[in-house]
Ligand binder design. Structure first.
Ligand SMILES: [Zn+2]
Length: 291
């Protein structure tokens, strides 16, 4: 079954991952901007990161037949760093207007600080200004309170719930997010957050409306095949193909199409003869051409 992973950090992944993802049916991904493990000390490094999400990473994904989109924003963790936060927020408008940017994200609360809230409020205003939906991270600790805070702030800012994808949900937060009228993302992780079996139970209970699944794979212990693995678990549990396809394909498309930038949604044509800034990903391997 074809799938769209709406939250994955491919910059941290390998070409083996891209190959395995394409073979498992992943046809599109959305890569939100986030923190890189190592704290950044200059605003300029954010700018180059945004450019690589828009350029090199999109090229790399295309080389393996996967459409690559991104969300740009100041992540919650670095919103707390006064050396970069203000500069990144000032830089964002120049990048939010670019093609392939389908949302502002990931933004939200992490430790639920004042600085995170300021950055969140400012980026919700930017999202409104650019007509973009938002991808909202929720804290790992005290998730329920953090999610309630997030929903309350979206309301306070008058941000449309249908333009809000609140991520990393659990059994505790999903009903709150659905009741608020927002879309609900679920990050299927090897050990924490959410797993395939629990996801099956959630779908059996809550259905498919406004529900999404992602791998949130990054530089840590994570698995870029978690969306197809969740598909397999749902099929094995007897959930209908049409419900599953809505969750892993139609819902992410419907959500991000609200940006007006998704365009005609087609397969990425593979042409590995192409180069990016003079570079290919092949390292001497014969190019695959499949256009
Ligand atoms: Zn993430």
């Amino acid at each position: 079954m074809r799938a769209f992973d709406p939250h994955i950090h491919m910059t941290s992944r390998t070409t083996d991952d891209y190959q395995a993802m394409a073979a498992a049916g992943i046809e599109a991904v959305l890569e939100p901007a986030f923190w890189l493990g190592q704290p950044r000390t200059h605003v300029g490094t954010f700018e180059d990161y945004f450019l690589s999400l828009l350029g090199w990473e999109r090229f790399r994904a295309n080389q393996f037949g996967i459409r690559h989109f991104c969300a740009l924003g100041l992540n919650p963790k670095e919103a707390n760093d006064p050396h970069v936060a203000e500069g990144v927020l000032a830089l964002l408008p120049r990048y939010l207007e670019k093609d392939g940017v389908l949302a502002v994200g990931e933004i939200g609360y992490d430790e639920v600080t004042d600085a995170e809230e300021d950055a969140l409020v400012e980026q919700l205003a930017l999202a409104k200004q650019f007509g973009l939906p938002v991808l909202v991270h929720t804290p790992h600790r005290d998730k329920k309170r953090g999610t309630e805070h997030t929903i309350a702030l979206l309301r306070e800012c008058g941000f449309p719930p249908e333009w809000s994808l609140i991520d990393h949900n659990t059994e505790e937060t999903l009903p709150l997010v659905l009741d608020a009228g927002c879309w609900a993302g679920h990050s299927i992780y090897p050990n924490t957050k959410m797993d395939e079996a629990r996801m099956v139970t959630l779908v059996q209970r809550y259905g498919h409306e406004r529900i999404l699944i992602n791998s949130a794979a990054d530089w840590g212990v994570s698995d870029p095949l978690k969306v197809p693995k969740a598909v397999a678990a749902m099929l094995a549990a007897g959930i209908s193909e049409s419900v599953i396809e809505t969750i892993v394909w139609r819902n992410p498309i419907a959500f991000f199409a609200q940006s007006g930038r998704l365009g005609d949604f087609e397969h990425a044509a593979v042409d590995q003869r192409q180069v990016w800034e003079g570079n290919s990903v092949l390292r001497g391997q014969a190019p695959r051409v499949d256009v």
